[in-house]
Design a protein around this ligand. Structure first.
Ligand code: FAD
Length: 464
């Protein structure tokens, strides 16, 4: 009973690892020369930069994985109290992180604060058809909260456009709270009351590794050993009958050779657009739906400076930029303030993001234009003088899937068609949230479903 996992990003790696622990025979095929997908780190002039994601919020599955891979000693945790900032009228203001500070924050006018304070005493229901994050925020709390906090927050997670992101798909909790309690504040209070007491050992903390995020995929690669084949592209999945029983055939190309591979189950752990191409033959309706998922383009600019070049103290996480500020930078993480070892002594490291669904043109600029724009914008906000001592640009034309209006129905249609195609499973960041923690959760859950499927298959095929 063989399972083939297609794609060696965190979703595919975590799924293959879990499947192996569940006793399945697994093969993971990855088209590029290394595993990790968008999770990768690089060293430049003594700086340690992240090419894509900068950190992860730990969760129980991630912590289990890290412990099993013996990476606990490598783990770095950021200070939980590190403040985040938002740029309003050219000045950085701390983001209110808890409800009481939201009600006293100078970022919001008395009118917005009043609407937040009284939301719990009003009753409303989510409208039909579904609503965008922007429409929801305006309806419940007014335009200021959208512009100054929700919009920047949404670009920090999804690189998304709040006018098009679906509240139900992107923030299902908020949708459920309003539906079940008539108020998000009452829903939040109720869910807090009902939640099990938090285990201090698994409380979410912003984390990274001593040698960068590449540590996790590299350790998974080591653990999976020969089960991983890099430089191997899957071109198509076909449904066949082999030895009188249904099986799946994969058309693969590895270092110029074309081959066919049979499998009892396949987990497609690629981005949605790549999954669409792979499923076209076996589940054309699902393929069409997956092809319709939009992706935002993002540029990641890593910058290194001598400490004395930067006037700002960089105490905290970094800052987000509302679109109304007119900057191209979506936000900047003060990476050397969050984790040790990101910059040599006497230097500081920053990572900025540009583009996203609200500014796709930004990523089409030349390298020079993009690097100059980002370093000038950071210089104005943080009081930086002179050029960076080192800089690095990474472009992603398809960085993050957009959970736009219609996403929930789209995924429902995909699931319905795949339920009629036994043996084909999905794991991806377009399913249950884009964060690394969401990816590991979905990967583990898929692995259990696949193992159960293989179990039933074995039982039904065993002679009496
Ligand atoms: C710029 C950026 C910043 C981010 N910041 C954060 C952050 O700070 N914190 C956080 O938690 N998350 C962040 N994320 C999100 C998170 O990193 C991703 O959602 C997650 O890493 C995606 O993992 P994946 O396995 O789904 O996809 P990927 O990493 O894209 O991996 C998919 C793999 O499939 C392979 N593949 C594709 N097609 C085929 C094929 N036909 N055959 C074989 N292999 C194939 C690809 O080569 C790739 O290796 C960020 C993402 C980006 C892009």
């Amino acid at each position: 009973m063989r399972v083939v996992v297609i794609g060696g990003g965190i979703c595919g790696l975590a799924c293959a690892w879990r499947l192996q622990r569940l006793g399945a025979e697994v093969l993971l095929l990855e088209q590029s020369a290394r595993v990790g997908g968008v999770m990768d780190s690089l060293e430049a002039d003594g700086f340690l930069f992240e090419r894509g994601p900068q950190s992860f919020l730990s969760n129980p599955n991630l912590l289990e994985l890290i412990a099993a891979l013996r990476l606990n000693d490598e783990l770095l945790e950021a200070d939980r109290r590190a403040p985040r900032f938002v740029l309003v009228r050219g000045r950085l203001h701390p983001v209110p992180m808890a409800p009481p500070t939201l009600l006293t924050s100078p970022l919001l006018s008395p009118r917005s604060r009043w609407r937040i304070l009284t939301e719990g005493f009003r009753k409303s229901a989510p409208p039909e058809p579904e609503e965008s994050v922007a429409a929801f925020t305006r309806r419940k709390f007014g335009p200021e909260l959208l512009e100054r906090l929700v919009g920047p927050f949404v670009s920090g997670i999804y690189a998304g456009d709040p006018e098009r992101l679906s509240l139900r798909a992107a923030f299902p909790m908020l949708y459920t709270w309003e539906r079940d309690y008539g108020s998000v504040v009452r829903g939040a209070i109720q869910s807090r009351r009902q939640a099990k007491p938090a285990n201090p050992k698994t409380r979410p903390v912003l984390s990274n590794f001593r040698n960068g995020l590449r540590t996790l995929p590299a350790a998974l690669h080591r653990a999976l050993g020969d089960a991983v084949c890099t430089r191997t592209t899957v071109h198509a999945i076909e449904a066949r009958r082999a030895d009188g029983r249904p099986s799946l055939t994969l058309r693969i190309a590895s270092e110029g050779r074309h081959e066919a591979l049979t499998a009892d189950a396949v987990v497609v752990a690629t981005p949605a657009y790549a999954a669409a191409a792979l499923l076209a033959g076996v589940a054309p309706g699902a393929a069409e739906q997956l092809a319709g998922i939009e992706y935002a383009a993002v540029g990641v600019v890593n910058l290194g400076y001598r400490s004395e070049q930067v006037a700002h103290r960089l105490e905290g996480f970094g800052f987000l930029v509302p679109r109304s500020e007119g900057l191209r930078t979506l936000g900047t993480v003060w990476t050397s303030s969050l984790f040790a070892g990101r910059a040599p002594h006497g230097r500081v490291a920053l990572a900025s993001f540009v583009g996203g669904a609200t500014d796709p043109e930004a990523v089409r600029q030349s390298d020079e234009e993009l690097l100059t724009t980002v370093s000038q914008e950071n210089a104005a906000v943080l009081g930086i003088t002179g050029a960076p001592v080192v800089q690095h640009l990474e472009r992603y034309t398809h960085a993050l899937p957009q959970y736009n209006l219609g996403h929930t129905q789209r995924l429902q249609a995909v699931r319905e068609e795949l339920s009629r195609r036994p043996g084909v499973f999905l794991a991806g960041n377009y399913l249950e949230g884009p964060s690394i923690g969401n990816c590991v959760d979905v990967a583990f859950r898929t692995a259990v479903t696949v193992a159960e499927f293989l179990g039933t298959k074995t039982t039904t095929q065993q002679p009496n």
